[in-house]
Design a protein around this ligand. Structure first.
Ligand SMILES: *[C@@H]1O[C@H](CO)[C@@H](O)[C@H](O)[C@H]1NC(C)=O
Ligand SMILES: *[C@@H]1O[C@H](CO)[C@@H](O)[C@H](O)[C@H]1NC(C)=O
Ligand SMILES: [Cu+2]
Length: 255
């Protein structure tokens, strides 16, 4: 009995260490704590929406967990950021989960503390498989560096926004539903922007489906010789089936 309990807790420890989470944000020279999924119920000063485990958000095909990997409750605090700044996210992340890294933003239309809608989200950044780099997968470069940079568009109207950063692990993506999404949402108060056009966004709930390109993936087939990986993030409700915004293949409205 004692032995099997010890075995179970070892197995659980191995399981949780096989994942990871965002730890801090460096924004205009200030470091803000994200959220500790194994910390106390109240975490003053954290700018990330709470999440309660460091595993992937499941289910990813529907429901609200995929939005911010928790129950989408507000963060304790917000961070001021100048439009056009680069935010450095730092991660507790040693898992071997090759795949893309993506960034989205949503307008809170007022304080993010009272915003619980599912976007609409606009994708501001994505990196997938880049065969010109010695470490081609974005997730592998994030893992090596322990960090990843996200550039906040300078064309934003001043106001409060959610930044949704996401690692997609494809290590088990050869089976339908095996892809692992690790989203995190932070509260930002943006100022100094030039107020460009806001592109049409998507709802995250429903945007990712089991058999989508980039989600059902035979990882071994993606090599420097065949680097044909499609980063997901489309809307199934927009007609025709379209990406979150125009950064993919169309004019770039937000730079
Ligand atoms: C942040 O946490 C502190 C301490 O628990 C609490 O008093 C405060 O109301 C919280 N603020 C928000 C916006 O959640
Ligand atoms: C990528 O290219 C390889 C080789 O042509 C092919 O076998 C594979 O199915 C392609 N993958 C995708 C997702 O298109
Ligand atoms: Cu994992």
């Amino acid at each position: 009995m004692v032995l099997s309990l010890a075995f179970v807790s070892l197995a659980l420890a191995a399981f949780s260490s096989a994942h990871g989470n965002i730890a801090t944000y460096v924004i205009d020279g200030t470091t803000y704590p994200a959220w500790d999924p194994y910390g106390p119920a109240s975490q003053p000063g954290t700018i990330n929406r709470p999440f309660y485990q460091n595993g992937p958000a499941t289910p990813f095909e529907s429901g609200t967990t995929i939005i911010c990997n928790g129950n989408n409750l507000p963060a304790n605090a917000s961070a001021p950021v100048t439009a056009g700044s680069t935010i450095t996210t730092k991660w507790n992340w040693n898992s071997v989960h090759p795949g893309p890294v993506m960034g989205y933003i949503a307008k809170c239309n007022g304080p993010c503390a009272s915003f619980t809608a599912d976007g609409p989200w606009v994708k501001i950044q994505q990196d997938g498989y880049d065969p010109s780099q010695s470490t081609p997968w974005a997730e592998e470069r994030l893992r090596e560096a322990g960090s990843w940079d996200f550039k906040i568009p300078k064309d934003l109207e001043d106001g409060e926004y959610l930044l949704r950063t996401e690692i997609l692990g494809l290590h088990a993506a050869s089976n339908p539903g095996g892809a692992q999404f690790y989203p995190s949402c932070a509260h930002l108060v943006v100022s100094g922007g030039s107020g460009g056009t806001w592109p049409e966004g998507i709802h995250i709930s429903g945007a990712y489906q089991d058999s989508d390109p980039g989600i059902l993936v035979q990882l071994w087939q993606i090599t420097p010789q065949t680097p044909n990986y499609t980063i997901p993030g489309k809307s199934h409700s927009l007609s025709p089936f379209r990406y979150a915004n125009l950064i993919l293949g169309g004019p770039v409205l937000l730079t």
